[in-house]
Design a protein around this ligand. Structure first.
Ligand code: DON
Length: 304
């Protein structure tokens, strides 16, 4: 039995002492209010044992972490047809770059760069009756927690400043890879990114990726093959142009968001979520990455 609680408590203690905590994202103005000193970890194991430390129960903006959850829902709805519109290769580029999209005729490199996530949002807008409401219900059901909500202020803040996402959506539209209106799709995308969750809720939401597609209550959302593919994408593309570094340092599939959250998982063993709002230059949580490196080193557990 691994002493997860004392390991994450030790990691939190070390993290709090680090002087350079990175930089809080401010390109979405509403995110700039984040307190750089917040730090939390929550780990849930395959037997539903829960371990928390620090600010693990404080909610924050999950931002790009939502891209894994929209991918899961769209994959369950349309199956492999998804891959006609999105590729599965790492981009090696920052999350909001557009150059490859033009070179590759409007097919985004993967579902986690912004352009790819916008195509996934388009698929959900096409297939769901009430897209924002239905997606929120999916998250509330996965976590068995109806307190989870969108933050309208964050969604509006991104709508007012999301020029690169408008550029991506328009480029996709010009290539015929966006079937709905640009504004409708981006309204959904800005809302999915504005979801507020804490580390515990995030670890619980990602339980399906650790547990062959089944949530904590045993309901199945994805088949084993789909889970394999989503975990492969998290490993190779979850951290954009830092995916290699994350695999090298941490050795787990995972996904980051510019709100400072990271979720990672060890199949059949645990899901872990960290939150520290300071980002490194690649837009991933600086202390979150360091914490996960320490976790896999101290527990001697990783996919490798
Ligand atoms: O589209 C954006 O720029 C943000 N809503 C999400 C970006 C993000 O979280 C990138 N991940 N680290």
């Amino acid at each position: 039995m691994i002493a997860y609680q004392s390991i994450i408590d030790d990691i939190a203690k070390t993290s709090r002492k680090v002087a350079n905590k990175g930089v809080v994202a401010s390109y979405i103005p509403e995110l700039a209010v984040n307190n750089i000193d917040k730090f939390g970890i929550h780990l849930v194991d395959a037997n539903n044992n829960n371990y928390s430390t620090g600010d693990a129960l404080d909610s924050f903006s999950i931002q790009s972490i939502s891209k894994v959850l929209t991918l899961a829902l769209s994959f369950s709805l349309v199956g492999d047809d998804l891959w006609k519109r999105i590729d599965v290769e790492p981009s090696g580029d920052p999350f909001n770059h557009l150059s490859l999209l033009e070179f590759e005729n409007g097919i985004p490199r993967n579902p986690f760069i912004n352009a790819g996530a916008i195509v996934i949002a388009d698929i959900l807008v096409s297939h769901l009756k009430n897209p924002k409401e239905d997606f929120l219900n999916f998250i509330q059901e996965l976590t068995n927690d109806t307190t989870i909500q969108y933050n309208e202020k964050v969604a509006l803040s991104e709508k007012n400043t999301g020029f690169r996402n408008y550029a991506a959506a328009n480029l996709l539209k010009s290539y015929g890879n966006l079937h709905n209106d640009v504004d409708t799709v981006l309204d959904f995308y800005f809302h999915q990114c504005s979801l507020e969750m804490n580390c515990k809720q995030l670890a619980n939401a990602f339980f399906i990726f650790m547990n062959h597609g089944k949530c904590q209550r045993g309901k199945s959302y994805l088949n084993i093959n789909q889970v394999k593919r989503i975990n492969a994408l998290m490993l190779t593309c979850g951290f954009y142009d830092e995916a290699g570094e994350f695999a090298f340092e941490v050795g787990l599939p995972g996904k980051s968001g510019v709100g400072g959250g990271i979720v990672a998982l060890l199949p059949n063993t645990y899901c872990v979520a960290t939150w520290s709002p300071g980002l490194n230059p690649k837009g991933n949580s600086k202390l979150g990455m360091a914490a996960l490196e320490e976790l896999t080193t101290k527990t001697k557990q990783s996919i490798f």
